[in-house]
Design a protein around this ligand. Structure first.
Ligand code: PLI
Length: 459
């Protein structure tokens, strides 16, 4: 009896379903060609299992939908804003809240307020929209994540950690006055959903305090990070996710949030800060870019759904099943020999396209190619996270990231274990015929965030 394992299961049952459309290989071939071999340009109707992103794609609960009906759509002072403000203060521990339409709305406002031309913004790996807003505000991003994060095979438990020596070197080189804040993400997206440890956060806080530098937290996937701290870090095994989330935030001065991920809503985000002066400026600026400070581009009902979603997102059972499903898929892929980023991250499986397609060099877009091939096999939509996503430097040169990945992002509470089986099997089939796959060339490139709209042709 001792050896019978305790499996996790979803802490919910299904009340409503959305029917999926199956496609034929010929339909997929046509759709992919029309989409310029960019999975972002596929019509969702042509997709069977959609793993493009976990952003805005989660299933809301009956309580969240009930909350939508309680929307107070007053232009100013909506009841739902005050509910959300209370939840942000109680669950996340930040003092002042500015709602925004989504995460990048908060990044825009924060970057404009804190960054001056010529400033340096160190961070634990770039994120596409975050870095772009820092650059548009006149700043330069510097990567200070530990080297292990750039190695898909390295099994370090906290690959999202900051290398404090790298940060100290930047402070010495540029001076603390040139560094408006350290940009810190929990569950580092581009590294494969890798967590930062509490110990590292505490050390970062101590170092930045000494130099009077703020720490700004991209808390888009903070609950998933908290789960890894609970599972892996000494002293946290018996702490609830809620307490861990609050402790993480306590080492930072403010946060930008895309509530479309952890917080289980289809739209919404916010900026939250502890500093009154920054809040005052943000409250002023939000009126220009988003909407009044008590709605920031959202409907009252959206804010209510977000408030309820935040409460659900820090439930221990919720997060165990959420990350459990991701780990289930990752282990299946590894059983088939598919090369993935290890350890398995919190929001998806990141397939190592350099290892999968070693015969395609980075100028021929191995990850973009692989994402197209995965779709062609069974209609599973994934996304490139490699040289296309990395974009170009200010001088026009391509960034060449070490990581060339295809992201299989799992929406929360949407797909079943059987879907995970289908995904792993489809990927294994593509892996079997990997030697016959050829690279691509880019035939259209937009100026900003090119991965969204670029078009390709097969070589
Ligand atoms: O998509 P937004 O504007 O709500 O959020 C931007 C954003 C900020 N930070 C991080 C870590 C993100 O992952 C993020 C958005 N991510 C998307 C859309 C994704 O597919 O991962």
């Amino acid at each position: 009896m001792k050896n019978i394992k305790h499996s996790w299961a979803e802490p919910y049952k299904i009340k409503m379903v959305e029917l999926l459309k199956m496609t034929s290989p010929a339909q997929r071939k046509k759709a992919m060609k029309e989409a310029g071999y960019n999975t972002f340009l596929l019509k969702s109707e042509d997709v069977y299992i959609d793993l493009l992103t976990d952003s805005g794609t989660s299933a809301m609960s009956d309580r969240q939908w009930a909350g939508m009906m309680m929307g107070d759509e007053a232009y100013a002072g909506s009841r739902n804003f005050y509910n959300l403000e209370k939840v942000v203060q109680e669950i996340y521990g930040y003092k002042y809240l500015i709602p925004t339409h989504q995460g990048r709305g908060a990044e825009n406002i924060l970057s404009k307020i804190l960054i001056k031309k010529g400033d340096i913004i160190p961070g634990n790996m770039y994120f596409t929209t975050t870095r772009l807003h820092q650059e548009l505000a006149g700043g330069k991003f510097e990567d200070i994540i530990i080297d292990e994060a750039h190695d898909p095979e390295n099994e370090c438990a906290f690959k999202g950690n900051v290398d404090l020596d790298k940060l100290e070197r930047l402070i010495k080189k540029y001076g603390a006055e040139k560094i408006p804040y350290v940009s810190i993400a929990t569950s580092v997206n581009m590294a494969g959903g890798q967590p930062i440890s509490m110990k590292n956060l505490k050390e970062l806080r101590a170092l930045t305090k000494k130099h009077k530098i703020r720490v700004i937290h991209d808390m888009t996937r903070v609950a998933e990070n908290a789960y890894f701290i609970q599972q892996r870090e000494k002293g946290y095994a018996n702490k609830p996710i809620k307490a861990i989330v609050k402790e993480i935030n306590s080492y930072t001065d403010g946060a930008t949030m895309s509530a479309k991920k952890d917080a289980l809503v289809n739209i919404g985000g916010f900026l939250a800060v502890n500093d009154w002066d920054v809040f005052e400026e943000a409250r002023n600026m939000v009126v220009v870019y988003e909407g009044l400070h008590t709605y920031g581009g959202l409907a009252g009902r959206d804010m209510e759904a977000m408030a309820i979603g935040i409460l659900e997102s820090v439930g221990d059972d919720h997060i165990k099943a959420r990350v459990g499903q991701v780990i289930y898929l990752g282990e299946k892929m590894m059983d088939y020999g598919v090369p993935i980023v290890k350890p398995i991250g919190g929001h998806g499986i990141f397939v190592d396209a350099k290892k999968f397609l070693p015969h395609i060099n980075q100028d021929q877009f191995p990850a973009q190619t692989l994402a197209a091939e995965i779709y062609l096999d069974a209609g599973v939509r994934t996304m490139e996270r490699g040289v296309v996503s990395a974009g170009r430097k200010a001088n026009g040169e391509n960034y060449y990231p070490k990581l060339e990945l295809v992201r299989f992002t799992i929406p929360r509470r949407v797909y079943t274990q059987a879907h995970m089986d289908v995904i792993a099997e489809s990927t294994a089939r593509v892996y079997e015929r990997r030697n016959s796959i050829k690279g691509m060339k880019m035939i259209y490139e937009p100026k900003y965030l090119r991965f969204f709209q670029a078009r390709f042709e097969k070589l």
